[in-house]
Design a binder for this molecule. Structure first.
Ligand code: MD3
Ligand code: FE
Length: 221
């Protein structure tokens, strides 16, 4: 029988606790929520990425983003020198984005419902890949047509420090660590808050390797 010390240092004791943490009036971190879905999710993700591979995009300001992007669903988020927008076509292939796999859509809808947002029906899933050093500067998500629906994000691989700000760029930010399998739901009054991701630290994740992949589900159209 393992004693109490062995128990404390057992591998699974190093995992983040599961459960719901409130980070805003209408925002929640669901720790480890995606872990039971991972075996279904990763093969679907691989299929999507075979069809629409990660690519780095240029912002309207002329900077190449450090995160590489892809999308699935009816609409995909893109940027180039003429602006940010949602598009039904992958600009690389000029073909529709891959369909949103049912398992991904269902995971997002169940997480949203758990956080108090019933009937979430995302039409866009943005897939961000961060290698160590990649980051996302503080910004608001406002290219969607309606802000009534929440945003659901699924973190995979290397941990990240998420920055959660206020409604003004200069507002103080809180830091939230996000780990493999964590799901975050933002909605309502928090939907337009500034947010970003600190540069990812060097590391190799046991399942995902030397990267962080983040799936962001939205109702965009
Ligand atoms: C908070 N992605 O793609 S999770 C983005 O981890 C983006 O890749 C980050 O910010 C990432 O736009 C953060 C997604 C997220 C999306 C919308 C939000 C967080 C949000 C809207 C309001 C507050
Ligand atoms: Fe964002």
């Amino acid at each position: 029988m393992p004693g109490p010390t062995e128990d404390l240092f057992a591998d699974d004791a190093l995992q983040q606790p599961s459960g719901r943490e409130q980070i805003g009036d209408e925002s929640y971190v669901l720790r480890g929520y995606a872990l039971p879905w991972i075996d279904r999710l990763l093969p679907e993700l691989r299929r999507v990425l075979a069809q629409s591979p990660f690519r780095r995009m240029v912002t309207p300001g002329g900077f190449t983003m450090s995160a590489a992007l892809s999308s699935c669903g009816a609409l995909g988020w893109t940027t180039d020198t003429s602006g940010y927008r949602y598009s039904p076509l992958d600009p690389r292939s000029q073909q529709p984005w891959p369909r949103m796999p049912q398992a991904l859509r269902q995971l997002a809808a169940e997480a949203a419902a758990d956080a108090g947002f019933a009937d979430f029906a995302p039409d866009a899933c943005l897939i961000n890949r961060y290698v160590p050093g990649a980051k996302m500067s503080l910004h608001q998500d406002k290219n969607e047509r309606h802000f009534g629906a929440p945003v659901v994000s699924v973190s995979l691989g290397l941990p990240a420090i998420f920055l959660f700000g206020g409604h003004e760029r200069s507002d103080k930010t809180q830091k939230v660590s996000l780990f493999h399998g964590d799901v975050v739901v933002w909605g309502g009054v928090d939907r337009l808050r500034f947010h970003g991701v600190m540069p990812i630290k060097e590391g190799v994740h046991g399942v995902m390797g030397p990267q962080r992949i983040n799936l962001t589900f939205r109702t965009a159209g």
